[in-house]
Every structure is written in C-alpha cells, then in structure tokens.
Ligand binder design. Structure first.
Ligand code: PAF
Length: 283
C-alpha cells in the first residue's frame, strides 16, 4: 500500500518537518534530484530506505548548474508522474522549493569546489557546473540535515565532488554512491534520454560497449593509450562526437600513467546529434 509523501515548499515548513523527524531520533536519508524521475532515481530511493528510517527526496531543477546555452528551460518537468512514483515507494517527504526559495533576491554565496571538481573532465566543458551543483547540494544538506545522502554513480565526478564537499565542510552527511541503472541494451538511465531520436536511441548503447571494450583491454594488460583509443574509435564509429573518453584514478579522478597506478575508472562524455550523454565504468 502506498501513502502520500508530505510535500514541503517553504523553508519554515521544512524546518518544522525536519525538527519533527529529528525529535524522534530516527535516521534520515536525502535523495537529491531534479525530478523527471526514472528507475535509476528509484534505485537511489530504495537504497535510501535500506539505510535510514525516513527518506526525503528533493525535486529542484537547479538553474545555477546550467550554462545559458544549456537546457534549463526545456529540462523535462514531470511533477504528477514523479509524485506517483515517490508515493509508490513510500517516501516520507518531498522537498520541492522554487528558485526564489533556494536563491532569494540578494543571494550572494557560492561553494567553490576544487580537487575532483578541477580535473579537466566535466569541468572542462561546463566550467560553472560544479559550483552550481555544490552550492545547491550544500544548501540541500543544511536545509534537510540528513544522516545519509544518496547519489548515482552515473554522474561519477559529481559523486566525488559532493563527497569531498561534505567532508571538507564537516556537513555531517555520509554521501553514498549507488550503482548506475541501465536499460536492457546497456544505455545508462538518464532524464535526458528523452531527447534522443529513434535512430540516436538505437545507437546510444554503443557508448557503453565502447567503454567496456577499453576496460576489457586494460584488464588484459594493454597499454593505456591503445586500450582507450580502441574504445574511443568504437564510439566514434557509432556516431558519437567525444568530449572526453578517458581512464582516470577512480578516487582522485587524476590522469594515470600506468595500469598499476589504479584503481581505474573510465569516464566519457559524448554527443549524439544534439544530446550529450555521460557515462562511466569501473575497470
Ligand atoms: O544529479 C542531479 O540531478 C543534480 O545535479 C543534483 C545533484 C540534484 C543537484 O542539483
């Protein structure tokens, strides 16, 4: 049986709700989202339920992480469907602030992250992205005061950046990464997959296959350059234009010179048509 989550849209109402939960002394987990929920998000919610007694999901399309040329205006917004999905998961609270609530007039504070936020991956192509994410997530953490926060491994650099931020700022939140959920053909689930045309959707899983090819070669002891070039060539042959297709140290995200310098993670961002996909696999 599903029950309706409490929906909160103002800071005073959120404070009352969070005070109510913490007075009961139970653990809470936050799943930060921008809505347009799919099975990948639901797997984060299910992990949150295993870790904590109460689950909060935030739905906020955060304007500060979009560049002016990006899709803030057209980002899918599917409130009714999201609400039905979260009710079916028995989520306790949905935090759904509007832009003015998150960034009131005169708002003038940013969280500038370095370390994994400055390694020449997403940050090279979206220079303000992690400042926008970190500022929004930092606020979500202080507003909701969760014990745990669950993020998908699909946005692997984001996961590393928010983990570092929570630790550096002593936010008292344990950040937990959750495995990427894939369609049956291997495409990583993403709210932006709805942008793909039929032909692009058919080609899209090749990105995953390309990463797996490089991972297989690295595991077999191939030299890094050759292994990555083989995977990148497969992605390009499938119609992708690559922003990056790289193997990095899985913790620091810094470049690695040799396989023995691992653990390794292959990270990729690539465009098919006008849609930019990001994905990653462990090696
Ligand atoms: O991954 C996302 O959906 C967003 O970047 C996040 C973490 C909700 C911050 O706006």
């Amino acid at each position: 049986m599903s029950r309706s989550p409490m929906i909160v849209r103002t800071i005073p109402a959120l404070r009352r709700a969070i005070d109510g939960i913490s007075s009961k002394g139970v653990t809470t987990a936050l799943v930060p989202t921008m809505g347009a929920l799919h099975d990948g998000h639901l797997s984060l919610v299910r992990l949150a339920k295993r870790r904590a007694a109460k689950v909060i999901v935030s739905i906020f399309v955060n304007p500060t992480q979009f560049a002016p040329t990006e899709d803030f205006g057209s980002y899918p917004r599917t409130w009714n469907a999201d609400l039905a999905l979260l009710a079916a998961e028995n989520v306790d609270l949905i935090w759904n602030p509007d832009v003015k609530t998150m960034y009131p007039d005169g708002f003038a504070t940013k969280i500038l992250t370095e370390g994994p936020a400055k390694v020449g991956l997403e940050d090279r192509f979206r220079p303000d992205f992690f400042t926008g994410v970190s500022t929004a997530v930092g606020k979500l953490f202080t507003q909701c005061r969760p014990d745990f926060a669950i993020f998908g491994e699909k946005d692997f650099q984001q996961l590393r950046v928010v983990t570092q931020m929570a630790r550096d700022l002593d936010l008292g939140v344990k950040v937990i990464g959750s495995r990427t959920v894939r369609e049956r053909d291997g495409l990583a689930m993403s709210s932006r997959n709805v942008y793909l045309s039929e032909a692009e959707r058919r080609a899209a899983p090749e990105l995953y296959r390309a990463m797996k090819e490089s991972a297989k070669r690295l595991r077999a002891g191939d030299d890094i350059k050759a292994a990555m070039a083989a995977g990148a060539a497969l992605a390009v042959a499938a119609g992708f234009t690559l922003d990056y297709f790289e193997v990095r140290h899985a913790e620091t995200l810094r470049p690695i010179a040799a396989v023995k310098d691992g653990p390794m993670r292959i990270l990729v961002a690539a465009k098919i048509g006008t849609t930019r996909l990001i994905d990653n696999v462990s090696v």
